[in-house]
Design a protein around this ligand. Structure first.
Ligand SMILES: [Zn+2]
Length: 226
């Protein structure tokens, strides 16, 4: 079932407000986009406080990123376009500045280790990019090598990028990343988390297959031990 552009706009507004309410962005940070069936895009406008978003704050672009309706698109448009260029399967991109996940990148702590089973099962590893200046082409390109086979990526000294078949799906991955970052932060203060071993990962992969989950790369190749 194809959803109308108005329905997608309303979903983006709802997700924008949730991002602000949950403290995943502050002030005018963060942005959301959708890829449309006609090859065009919807993106949140530049300078928008996501907590106050309305449908009038969603800009419609054609496939060449020319504005068809609305104001000036987000300054992070290139970041979103880098993801769409690389991932044919992605319909929506969410960029945020989650506090704990960001704190880990500022401290040079990676979320790349396989520690939390439910996160490993759905997101696999969560890599951190090299540093690239925000709102610049270089800041957008740093995501390219990682977004190829990851649905959640941390931008060093900046924030997060999560993707999905809908804005809701991309948003839920953002929530999961931030929750995991909070847990990892606390675990480190208590002595440090330990990564899952191969047997634990193999059992997890078997459960994932049974549940019909599209397993992320670190689990995909593992032999089932159940
Ligand atoms: Zn940002």
């Amino acid at each position: 079932m194809t959803r109308s552009v108005d329905e997608l706009r309303e979903e983006m507004v709802s997700i924008a407000r949730r991002m602000h309410q949950h403290g995943l962005v502050a002030a005018t940070d963060g942005n959301i986009s959708y890829r449309l069936d006609d090859g065009g895009f919807l993106v949140t406008r530049s300078g928008l406080c996501l907590g106050e978003a309305t449908v009038g704050d969603v800009v419609r672009l054609n496939s060449a990123c020319r504005v068809l309706e609305g104001g000036k698109p987000t300054s992070e448009l290139a970041l979103h376009m880098t993801v769409y260029r690389i991932r044919d399967d992605v319909q929506s991109v969410v960029h945020a500045h989650p506090t704990y996940a960001n704190a880990l990148t500022f401290a040079g702590v990676s979320m790349d280790e396989l520690v939390i089973p439910e996160v490993v099962l759905t997101l696999g590893r969560i890599p951190t990019t090299d540093y690239g200046t925000p709102a610049c082409p270089e800041g957008a390109e740093v995501v390219a090598p990682h977004i190829v086979d990851h649905d959640a990526v941390l931008l060093q000294r900046h924030g997060s990028v999560t993707v999905g078949a809908s804005a809701t799906e991309a948003y839920l991955k953002l929530e999961k990343v931030e929750h995991a970052a909070h847990i990892l932060y606390l675990a480190r203060t208590l002595g440090g988390p330990t990564p899952m071993n191969t047997e634990e990962l193999s059992r997890l992969a078997a459960v994932g297959k049974r549940l019909g989950i599209n397993l992320p790369p670190p689990l995909r190749g593992l032999k089932s031990v159940l």
